[in-house]
Design a protein around this ligand. Structure first.
Ligand code: ADP
Length: 272
């Protein structure tokens, strides 16, 4: 689609010519379409837990249930878990919007990969214990120049996904290695895997392999979209590798590496 605007060129009151501008607006329309779609998906996603909350509270309010009955207790539980879900959705929606709009400044500093990985594993450890999944990490001497909090958030998301989709007794491994000017981090699991045609889709907002994934496993469907946004803001990449069919998944990301010779004086002394 092309937008055409014309304006007359006047000189001493009379028209001497015209300026005609042709503008290709397909890109702008595409941006608008994506925004519209996001707004409609967001309202649907927000309305689902809201409907549960209203239903549960409405039933309690109507007086048809005995307040101390098991059914009433169930309604309170539904209202509570749905409001928690609503809260997580609002947080994640704001997060993905701010990250993409670039309004969140990154606080770049040098961080040892080991410290970032340990922080993420610690956050997931209780969940992993409950799921009977072992967390492993390979030691690394690499140093990154990144926003530490944001990268821990990203790794926490990848590791908690790996745990969520692992069978009891499964192992989740975080490994690191240098690749040129970058460090590659890998989060591998032995879970159900991701079908090849969904490997890219899972990074899109609210996109899931199974429609029930987010609700059943407590996610929002925004984690990987946020992770991608964070990694790309750092100039890195994040992608998934899997053969599907229960053969596990591997999430990989690259981030800017700080060679030993160029580390800040304050950075930890680790040989390269
Ligand atoms: P959610 O909050 O639903 O986990 P994400 O954006 O983090 O949202 O993930 C999107 C979807 O990608 C998940 O719902 C799931 O279908 C799929 N997925 C993510 N990580 C894995 C994994 N390690 N193994 C299998 N499927 C995964």
């Amino acid at each position: 689609p092309v937008e055409v605007t014309a304006s007359p060129l006047r000189s001493a009151g009379s028209v001497r010519g015209a300026v005609v501008v042709f503008r290709d607006v397909s890109e702008r329309r595409e941006v608008e379409r994506i925004k519209d779609e996001f707004v409609s998906v967001v309202s649907h996603e927000l309305r689902t837990p809201l409907t549960s909350i209203r239903g549960a509270l409405g039933l309690l309010d109507s007086g048809v249930l005995d307040r101390s009955s098991e059914q009433a207790e169930r309604m309170v539980h539904i209202a509570l878990t749905s409001s928690e879900r609503l809260g997580r959705l609002v947080d994640d929606i704001l997060d993905v919007e701010r990250m993409d709009a670039g309004t969140t400044e990154l606080e770049l500093a040098e961080h040892r990969v080991d410290a970032l990985v340990d922080a993420a594993l610690e956050q997931v450890s209780i969940m992993a214990d409950e799921a009977g999944v072992a967390l492993r990490s390979e030691p690394s001497r690499e140093v990154l120049r990144v926003d530490g909090e944001r990268i821990v958030q990203t790794l926490t998301n990848l590791v908690s996904n790996a745990v969520k989709f692992s069978p009891r007794g499964g192992v989740v491994t975080v490994a690191t290695g240098p690749v040129g000017d970058l460090v590659e981090l890998r989060v591998d699991d032995e879970g159900r895997g991701i079908p090849p045609d969904k490997l890219e889709a899972v990074f899109r907002r609210f996109e899931q392999v199974d429609a029930s994934d987010a609700r059943e496993r407590g996610g929002t469907g925004l984690g990987l979209a946020i992770a991608r946004s964070i990694v790309e803001r750092h100039g890195g990449r994040v992608w998934a590798v899997s053969e599907g069919d229960g053969r596990g998944s591997s999430f990989r990301l690259t981030l800017p590496r700080v060679p030993a010779t160029r580390r800040d004086a304050a950075a930890p002394e680790t040989p390269d």
